[in-house]
Design a protein. Structure first.
Length: 189
């Protein structure tokens, strides 16, 4: 899923943060001025994205959402987006599912929804932590203290993480601090 905001860096300096078109234009302008090492990150996932080389418009490759119309292929419930997949269970599981109200499919849907709701906070915290680590690896993977900062991140040692990243270039440090605040809020929620 594409993020609402992106951030571009060049040689450790912040170029722009904002919507994809704004950040892409800032990155193109920097490249036109001869800037080397332009990196664009999806703020929500921490993944690096690229400028679209085939477009004259400011765009990031792979960012524009693509609407896919579901193809009706016979039976089922296409309006609900139901997708048939194989599930492998032990016989005792199938026996239990067959005795549930609404049958096996309805019982599995209920169980999945319950698990999604129960793990929503933990999933959000994990995604935020992964986004922070990806961004940190891209921007600061070769900076002093990177490994220790990564260990502090995964150990939830917030003060140590802040201390280890304090000597990094200001724009990188501040960007990672912003992502760390999101990660901490998700973890504490």
């Amino acid at each position: 899923m594409a993020s609402a905001t992106y951030t571009a860096f060049s040689d450790g300096r912040l170029l722009a943060t904002g919507a994809s078109a704004e950040v892409a234009q800032a990155a193109r302008d920097a490249q036109a001025r001869g800037a080397a090492g332009v990196v664009i990150l999806d703020d929500a996932s921490g993944r690096q994205v690229e400028l679209d080389p085939f477009s004259q418009e400011p765009a990031l490759a792979g960012v524009a959402p693509v609407e896919v119309e579901p193809v009706r292929s016979g039976r089922g419930r296409p309006k609900l987006g139901v997708v048939a997949r194989e599930v492998t269970l032990l016989p005792r599981h199938w026996e239990w599912l067959s005795g549930q109200p609404g049958g096996a499919s309805a019982a599995l849907r209920r169980l999945v929804e319950e698990a999604r709701r129960a793990g929503e906070g933990a999933d959000r915290a994990r995604r935020a932590q992964e986004a922070l680590y990806r961004a940190m690896s891209t921007l600061a993977g070769d900076l002093p203290g990177f490994e220790e900062a990564a260990r502090a991140l995964y150990a939830a040692q917030d003060a140590r993480f802040d201390d280890l990243t304090s000597g990094w270039p200001p724009d990188i440090r501040d960007y990672l601090a912003r992502l760390a605040a999101v990660e901490r809020a998700a973890r504490d929620a």
